[in-house]
Design a protein around this ligand. Sequence first.
Ligand code: ADP
Ligand code: MG
Ligand code: ZN
Length: 532
Amino acid sequence: MTPTEALNHYFGYNTFKVGQKQIIDLVLAQQNTLALLPTGGGKSLCYQIPALLAPDLTLVISPLISLMKDQVDSLQQNGIKAAYLNSSQDLATTNAVLAKARNHELKLLYIAPERLENQFFLELLQTLRVSLVAVDEAHCISQWGHDFRPSYLKLPELLQNLTTSPTVIALTATATPQVAHDIKQLLHIPLENEVKTSFARPNLSFKLVKGSDFEHYLLTYLQQNPHDSGIIYASTRKKVEQLGALLTKMGIKAGIYHAGLSEEVRKQKQEDFLYDRTPVMVATNAFGMGIDKSNVRFVIHAQVPGSLEAYYQEAGRAGRDGLESEAILFYKDADLQIQRFFIDNSSADEAHREHDYQKLQALTRYANTEECLQRFLVQYFGQDCAACGHCTNCTDTREKQDITKEAQMILSCVIRVRSNFGKKIVAQVLAGSKAKRILELEFDQLSTYGIMRQKTKEIETTIDFLTASGYLTTSSGQFPTLHVTTKGYDVLRGNASVYARSEKVTKKEQTVTDSGLFEHLRKLRRQLAEAQ
Ligand code: ADP
Ligand code: MG
Ligand code: ZN
C-alpha cells in the first residue's frame, strides 16, 4: 500500500495537507525527522501512516492521557489496531496490552511519558520489536521550551536500548529555533531532516485589545457573537471561576476547566465543550493541548500568558477547520505581575528564571508592536510571512505621527540615568516626579527631569513602543533595565525619525520648548561623539 492509498483507505482523505507527504516519505526512508507543522496541520497522520506501512510496532509518546484515549478510540474506529498505556491502568491491563504488542497484534502503542520513569516498564518496552518511535509535542523535551516535561528526557535512553533501531519522528507546533535544535540533538535527528511548513495561520485574525475592563469587553463580544464556540483563557483558577460564574449568570452556556477540578469533572467539562453543550469554555492553560475541536471561532486571552509560544499554541486552537476565526489578546500591564509571580515562585533555577523573564518580555514586545501581529509571531518562530491584512495592526487606520522628539527625550533620559533603571523610573524622571527615590538621583542623572511633564500619561506607552520597535532593549531578570540600541542611537543623532500611531504622544500636546530639547540634544550628541 502507498501512503496515498493508506490515507484514503484508513482515513477517507484524498489529498495530503502541506508537508505531510514529505514528512511521511522521509520517515518511510528510515530518516529520523523533525516535523514542524502548525496546530491543526495534521501532525498525527505523519506518524500514523508510516506506522501502518511499517513491519513492526510504532510507539507514540504523547503527553495527555485524555487525548491519548480519544486518539486510540478514533484509530480503532478506522479499523487500526491501537492501544495505550498510562499510569492509571492496573497491572493486568498493562500486561494484556504488552502481550498484544509482543504478539504483533498492535500497530500503534501510545505511551504516557511519565510511564518511562518506571525503570521496570522501560526495560519491558525495550524488549519489543519497534519500527518507529513518534514523539508528539516534542517541544516538551527541551528545557528551553515553554512546557518542559522531565520524563521526556527518558526518551534518549529508550531509543538507545531498543534493539530494533527504530526510526524517530518528532512533532511539534511550537518550537523556536533553539528548541528545535534541542529536539534534534536529544533525539538524534540530523540537522537537515526538518520539515517545516509555514507557521502562519491565514484564517486567524489576531487582535490586540488594551483596556481595563475585561468583563465588559467579554460580555459585549459574546453578545455580538452569540452562536460561536470559543475558549477564554485566564491565568489563575480564581479568575477562571469568577469569569465562568459571570457568564453563567448572564445566561451564557459556559463551562470552566482548570487543574484544581477532579479528573472526572474535567472530562465532563471537556466533553460538554466538544459536543457544544457549553460552546464557551473558560480555562487556565491546563486546557487544550491536543484538543481537536474544529469549530472554535475565537480564543480570547483575558490575561497575558507566560510566553509567545504558549500564546501561539493556545490562540492556534481557533479555526482548525480553516474558517475565519479570531485570536484576541486582552492586554493589561498589571497582568504581567501574575506571570512574574509564577516565575518567581517556580522551582526553576536562576538560568531558567532568567529565560522565562525574557519570554515574558517578548510578549510585551508583541503587545506594543505596530507591525502585523501575525508576521511578528511567525518571525518570532524564525520564519517570515507577508503582513496578513486583517489583524488589529494591519487594519489600524489611525495616521502615523512623527514622534521623533519624544523618542529623543526618552532615549536621552535612559542614557542619563546610565541605563541603570527600568521603565517606571525613567518615566518618573521624564515626568518630573517628586518621589523621594527620583529626587535622590544624582544631578547628572536628572538632566532630563520633567522635560515630558505635560505628557505623563503617554510616557510609559511610548517606552513600550520604543522597546517593541527595537529603539530600546531591556535586560532580562526581575527588574529589567532599559538600554538604547544602535537603532536608538541613530534617532538620538538625528539620523532617523520615529513614527507611531496617534494616541501615544500626540503633536497637539506638544508643550516642551523645542529650544530646551535642542540644547539638551546638542550636549548629548557632543558627548556621544567624544565617547567614540
Ligand atoms: P495537529 O496534531 O497537527 O494539530 P491533527 O493531526 O490533530 O493536527 O489534525 C487536525 C485535523 O486535520 C484532524 O481533524 C485531521 O483528521 C485532519 N486532517 C489531517 N490530515 C488531513 C488530510 N490529509 N486531509 C484532510 N484532513 C486532514
Ligand atoms: Mg496533535
Ligand atoms: Zn496583520
